[in-house]
Write a protein that binds this ligand. Sequence first.
Ligand code: NAI
Length: 255
Amino acid sequence: MTGILQGKIAVVTGGGNGIGREAALAFAREGARVAVADYEANAAADTVGLINAGGGQAISLSGDVTVAADVQAMLDATIAAYGRLDCAFNNAGIAPYQVDAAGKLTHEWSESAFDRMIDVNLKSVWLCLKHELPLLRANGGGAIVNTASIAGLIGLRGSTAYVAAKHAVIGLTKTAAMEYAADGIRVNAVCPGFITTRMTTWTRENRGEAIVAGTPLGRFGEPREIAEMVVWLCSDRASFVTGAAYQVDGGWTAV
Ligand code: NAI
């Protein structure tokens, strides 16, 4: 049986861990060859090892998605390896604790924390789009998924710049969807709820019970449950879907 992405070439940022790793594995399972990008080079290489062990094909790329030259180099390497690009999952991101802002109110965030959050969670998505869209255009079309969050749709206490960045990712997504529809390029966002990755370790330990109680499906999500949405959005089965932001959140935002 062939996969829904048979023969496609995909790039995944933040592919060394969590949601990105599961998405890279899902792309490969569905028949795509995958460029796994992460600034944790060993983590990206481990994902590639898992893909190869499963009979798939992948390359690992290291680089910081906030640096334009790194993004360009990452995509150049993808083209050098596979000749074209069909799908991109712009997923690398960080949480407030990674800029020393866990639990801080809006006025308590430092300027440097705010700037870093916007760089990693917003500017990087634009940089990836900037360098991916011409490749997809040259290819006659393709599909992009950006990782937003439920924090792109609602406010979350203690996450001010994270929330601002993720709302903006949805804005970028909608605008790119409009601008490149005529080129056969679909651009969508996925909005995960609370997912079991290292990013939510602190949250699970400190607020886990409250989050589970507030989630209609009564649990945290698994990274593979986001990956399923991502590969579907990248596939021809989603041929009339663009400019959308899909929650995969166990019902959290429905309440
Ligand atoms: P994770 O920490 O497991 O994985 C994130 C990956 O991105 C890591 O491998 C990290 O090395 C990479 N990365 C971070 N900054 C980078 C940079 N500047 N350049 C290159 N790579 C970089 O986290 P997780 O949970 O898999 O998060 C993935 C995405 O999903 C993020 O955008 C996050 O904001 C989003 N998200 C996660 C949720 C969750 O509950 N885990 C909920 C909603 C959104």
